[in-house]
Design a protein around this ligand. Structure first.
Ligand SMILES: [Ca+2]
Length: 527
């Protein structure tokens, strides 16, 4: 195999020049197999782009799973591995944007950029797993690209920020460069350009999708944005603030960090269900009417004088209320948003724990033991964090270039996401609607709340759903998405409908385990 590859490269180098592959006789109709076309890409160099390997997998292969992405079987494809702008950075570390591109044998003539996660630093298998139900983008025939955003490193290793270029690549430029490079490679391989381009991602990948719509509005025709890491400085502060409030309830001498006990957590759970479960027409342990549950009143959790079981001490109820509502600055303004009252806020199963404090370490280290916080001083630091400003996608709402060429966006967010509040993404959606005009926005964007779901997946939730298919239909056929059928990713029974927020899945009757038994209703509609 290798000898053959080298022979092909040698032949190609002999013919040199721009448009090498496009003019190669091997690209002529019927004259080269997919395997040969694939191997021809190996060793290809174009400016600061270098292909390190290109291998054809006629039987497909297994792709390793990752956070929020189970292992998957990849169909027959050509896998291209490459690097853009490899160089030694200011700190002596070798940088470059590493990428992989999977070119399926059965191509649907579409391109998809897969968003990353965390602070990136590694290339996830290019399969396009986000919001794709039980059939990822590669399996559907998309050419799928994935990248490391410009550096190598662990999930939250921020050392690359010492290098200006690596920092800029992570913040924004990698999305542009990888898309342009891998889309050109896609055209070279198939001999035709994709007729439409898409992007899907969650968390940092969701942020990358937003920034594509905001800063590179011509790149994509359709984007799925999941639980975007829009402005982590503000959400991280919200988690710390909630922990700080709870620490204040500890007796003197108890170093903390404080935590709600399992008994307290089940009291919270029960009360949320008591007040909110039935607001969607069915008491099934799912709070589908997210907007109506904003009125949840934690006062009912409070122990009466002399009472101590099946209730929560008044001071701790107030800490919970404050944590969920979020911090305010000295002027009384709320720089962030509240967290939704939902069944997963007490989650302690696989994945991140729910928002209600467990006292456990978070992604960035141990829970704080502090009992006071200067919110304004902290906000000052957040506002002056240069990387935070450049990576933020919370503020830019003028999308008329993106919307102007027919670009569509589907947002989704787990209502029990303990990290980024679903209400913050919804807040952006509403600001973008106001900025672009309701008519243009409603013709281009939808938002799906996923009740019970944690960060990107998991929890007691219907966390398997397909937004990619409806997005393609909207972009290419003008058919706007409505109700989405959802299932449980963990193999649990039953199904549910997801509705464009603020409408919610109202139970109309019949089998409660199928989406067809629900209709999308607006919160104010009554029986
Ligand atoms: Ca319910």
């Amino acid at each position: 195999m290798m000898n053959r590859r080298f022979a092909v490269i040698a032949t190609l180098l002999g013919t040199a020049g721009a448009g090498l592959l496009a003019t190669s006789p091997l690209m002529g109709e019927g004259e080269a197999t997919l395997a040969e076309r694939c191997e021809m890409l190996a060793g290809h160099v174009d400016g600061d782009l270098r292909i390190s390997a290109a291998s054809f997998y006629p039987e497909g292969r297994e792709a390793a799973g990752g956070p929020g992405s189970p292992a998957a079987t990849m169909p027959p494809h050509c896998l291209v591995e490459g690097m853009i702008n490899e160089r030694v950075g200011a700190d002596g570390v070798t940088y470059g944007i590493g990428f992989e591109l999977a070119l399926p044998a059965q191509w649907n003539q579409r391109y998809l950029l897969q968003g990353g996660g965390g602070l990136n630093g590694r290339i996830r298998p290019p399969i396009g797993p986000v919001a794709s139900g039980d059939s990822n983008a590669l399996a559907r025939g998309f050419a799928v690209a994935s990248h490391d955003s410009g550096h190598k490193g662990g999930g939250f290793d921020a050392s690359f920020m010492a290098d200006q270029r690596a920092s800029l690549d992570f913040a924004e430029t990698a999305v542009l460069r990888v898309t342009l490079a891998t889309r050109a490679l896609t055209e070279r391989f198939y001999g035709a350009a994709p007729h439409h381009s898409y992007m899907t991602g969650c968390s940092t990948g969701g942020r990358e999708g937003m920034l594509a719509s905001q800063r590179y509005p011509e790149l994509f025709d359709g984007i799925v944005v999941g639980a975007p890491a829009m402005r982590p400085g503000y959400s991280n502060l919200a988690a710390e603030y909630g922990q700080m409030l709870l620490n204040q309830t500890l007796p003197e001498g108890d170093a903390g960090p404080a935590a709600f006990s399992p008994a307290e957590r089940s009291v919270i759970d029960r009360e949320i269900l008591r007040q909110c479960d039935g607001l969607d027409g069915r008491e099934d342990g799912m709070v589908m009417n997210v907007e109506a549950c904003r009125a949840f009143d934690p006062a009912a959790l409070q122990c009466a004088p002399g009472e101590s079981t099946d209730c929560i001490a008044p001071a701790r109820v107030e800490a919970l209320r404050g944590a969920m509502a979020g911090y305010r600055d000295a002027t009384g303004r709320a720089p962030y948003v509240p967290y939704p009252w939902d069944t997963g806020i007490t989650w302690s199963g696989p994945g991140l724990p729910g928002f209600v404090s467990t006292g456990q370490s978070g992604p960035f280290g141990p829970a704080t033991r502090a009992r006071r916080m200067d919110v304004d001083a902290r906000l000052h630091d957040i506002r002056w964090d240069a990387s935070g400003r450049l990576t933020s996608t919370a503020y830019w709402t003028n999308l008329n270039a993106y919307l102007g060429h027919g670009g569509k966006m589907l947002f989704f967010h787990g209502v029990s996401d303990p990290w980024f509040s679903a209400f913050d993404t919804w807040d952006y959606f509403q600001r973008a609607r106001a900025a672009n005009g309701p008519e243009a926005w409603d013709d281009a964007a939808r938002f799906y709340m996923v009740p019970g779901m944690g960060h990107c997946s998991g929890g007691n939730a219907f966390d398997s759903f397909d937004l990619l298919g409806p997005l393609v239909e909207w972009v290419e056929e003008g058919e706007a998405p409505g109700t989405i059928s959802a299932a449980r990713r963990n193999g649990g029974q039953g199904g549910m409908a997801l509705c464009p927020h603020p409408s919610y899945a109202y139970y109309e009757g019949g089998d409660g385990g199928i989406a067809a038994s629900y209709s999308c209703r607006m919160p104010e509609e009554m029986d």
